[in-house]
Design a binder for this molecule. Structure first.
Ligand code: 3UK
Length: 547
């Protein structure tokens, strides 16, 4: 490893052993980065130096700021971190806030000062914050005042966390107050490209959260892969969307991608389908990042909004069902760009351009990455055969001190160094990848392997269905049956007749043995803050026989 700027070597000391690292590929010339880089300097200082200073960087409901203003604010906060809070390069800094301009400025400030950003989802509770702070030995925190309560509740159990400051706060020692008095210049810490820049915790549904470590180089690589080859943004693009900056999907889409291309981003704290549509209309947004359910909800009400500015949409986090792609295209004329990414890989690695979209497929391995499907013994599957998705590229999985590293990265044999995402996929003859389910979400009913998302996709094509989730439910007679939890659109009765109609519809759409023998109606489905369906909760409900 090359020169490090970290005087606090915690992150480096807790990287997985080299033998368990994934293999990294830097086949594209644009992915060969210098040995030293600070990714915040690349995304901010270098852009201002290149003449983007006066151009808009962030739009928010209470105003906008230019690249030069964002740089100045990030520098002021970096000065606070170093002078007022005693930050040493390599210290971990918790960031806690919704998507707003201060959250963005603080993220850049931490990275500029050589700190390691540990951004957290706004809704996390004291218990979850404690797990993260203790695991990453977080020393400092920058937090939106409105989210102080849970952080303070966590403090007694977080002895490593000694320095906290709040923003959007009137107190004399707040970030806002101090920033006004600190210089707008800052000498960036000259980090190595292989110094850890951020630790992102997985929005894991079970077990202790896993911290994934990403280098400065990885942040720039995520900008130079998916956006460059699939999204192709330009400097006049205005990004908007829902993923939190604390989620690497949002870190890329809502902050780093627009900055890398000299474009701008709309940061809005809370977005529902209506408010996201209003945001697009009000800020003339051209690019929208969100999850499949949001696209589906927006399609239903898009008519009432002026979406003429919108050109490109990116869906990730969950599989994009073919009916949702079709509904959104009918409503807006836009062919959604689907892409699978993960916190471990930092961002999207299989996707497509809008022109090369295929219904039901996530896309192909994007330039810079390779992907394949393997069987239980790590052997490549033939096209058309369902197996485990494996990928490698310029980014990859490095868990912070975690035994589970060997579950994500193959440690031996001919596939050594490939990242295994935990998804069941098949690849067709053309190299397109078709999502089936999470490997552990496959339903085995009457000896058949059934992928819940395929049944969901079929149900979603029925006009009565707003949302649905399909899992295996224990059944005395049959072992396991397919069970669907369905949220109906307004005006459709929760009746036996509706159940029968939905079952008939599925039998006509896909192989009849896959139809849901049980259907239960719900007001809403259980989802994570990142928009993912919590299938384990549906499985629990099914196991408890909540009917
Ligand atoms: C699932 C998808 C089918 C899949 C993420 C884009 O979701 C992100 O990261 P997470 O760590 O979850 C990863 C898992 O989510 N998934 C994500 N996208 C798709 N399944 N089609 C998709 N398009 O199970 C994957 O293993 O929360 C997504 C960028 C950055 C991210 N962190």
């Amino acid at each position: 490893m090359t020169y490090t700027a970290h005087t606090d070597t915690f992150a480096r000391d807790n990287l997985p052993p080299r033998a368990l690292w994934p293999e990294f590929l830097f086949e594209l010339p644009e992915l060969r980065y210098p040995a030293r880089m600070n990714c915040a300097a690349v995304l901010l200082d270098d852009m201002v130096r290149a003449g983007h200073g006066a151009r808009p960087a962030i739009h928010a409901p209470d105003g906008r700021c230019s690249y030069a203003q964002l740089l100045a604010q990030a520098n002021r906060i970096a000065n606070i971190l170093v002078r007022d809070m005693g930050l040493e390069p390599g210290n971990r800094v918790l960031l806690r806030g919704p998507n707003n301009p201060m959250m963005a400025a603080c993220w850049f400030a931490v990275i500029k000062a050589g700190g390691i950003a540990v951004a957290t989802m706004p809704l996390l509770r004291a218990r979850e914050l404690t797990d993260i702070v203790t695991k990453a030995e977080v020393t400092h925190a920058l937090c939106d005042r409105r989210l102080a309560a849970e952080l303070e509740a966590a403090l007694p159990a977080c002895p490593s966390l000694k320095e906290i400051k709040y923003w959007y706060d009137d107190a004399p020692g707040s970030i806002d107050a101090l920033a006004a008095r600190r210089p707008a210049e800052f000498a960036n810490v000259d980090t190595a490209a292989e110094d850890v820049a951020l630790i992102a915790f997985t929005s894991g549904t079970t077990g202790k959260p896993k911290g994934t470590m990403h280098f400065h180089r990885d942040v720039i690589a995520m900008c130079d892969c998916f956006p460059r080859s699939c999204l192709k943004p330009g400097r006049d693009d205005v990004f908007c969307g829902t993923p939190p900056i604390a989620f690497t999907f949002g870190l890329g889409g809502m902050l780093c991608f627009p900055m890398r291309f000299g474009a701008s981003t709309v940061l809005v704290e809370k977005l529902a389908p209506e408010t996201l549509l209003e945001t697009i209309a009000r800020f003339k947004a051209t690019v929208c990042f969100t999850a499949p359910t949001m696209f589906r909800a927006m399609a239903g009400i898009a008519k009432g909004y002026d979406l003429s500015s919108l050109k490109k949409c990116v869906s990730a986090g969950e599989a994009l069902p073919a009916p949702t792609r079709a509904l959104f295209r009918q409503a807006t004329g836009i062919e959604i760009i689907d892409g699978i990414g993960s916190t471990e890989m930092i961002h999207i690695f299989i996707s497509h351009t809008p022109e090369r979209a295929r219904a039901g497929a996530t896309g192909y391995a994007i330039p810079g990455y390779r992907a394949t499907v393997i069987d239980a013994e790590d052997r490549p599957c033939e096209p058309g055969v369902v197996g485990r998705l494996a990928v490698k590229g310029p980014t990859g999985c490095r868990y912070l001190a975690d035994e589970r590293q060997k579950d994500y990265v193959i440690a031996r044999g001919p596939m050594r160094g490939w990242n295994v995402t935990g998804d069941a996929y098949l690849m067709d003859e053309d190299g397109y990848f078709f999502y089936q389910a999470r490997t552990d979400d496959m339903i085995i009913a009457a000896g058949y392997n059934i992928a819940g998302p395929e049944v969901e996709s079929a149900l979603l094509a029925h006009p009565a269905v707003a949302e649905c989730g399909v899992v295996g439910a224990p059944d005395e007679e049959r072992g396991t049956i397919v069970k669907a939890y369905v949220v109906l659109k307004p005006g459709h009765p929760r009746s036996e007749a509706t159940i029968a109609a939905l079952q008939e519809h599925v039998k006509r759409t896909i192989a009849p043995y896959k139809y849901p023998r049980a259907i239960e109606f719900m007001d809403a489905l259980p989802r994570t803050e990142t928009g993912k369906l919590q299938r384990f909760r549906l499985r629990q409900a099914a196991a408890e026989g909540s009917r």
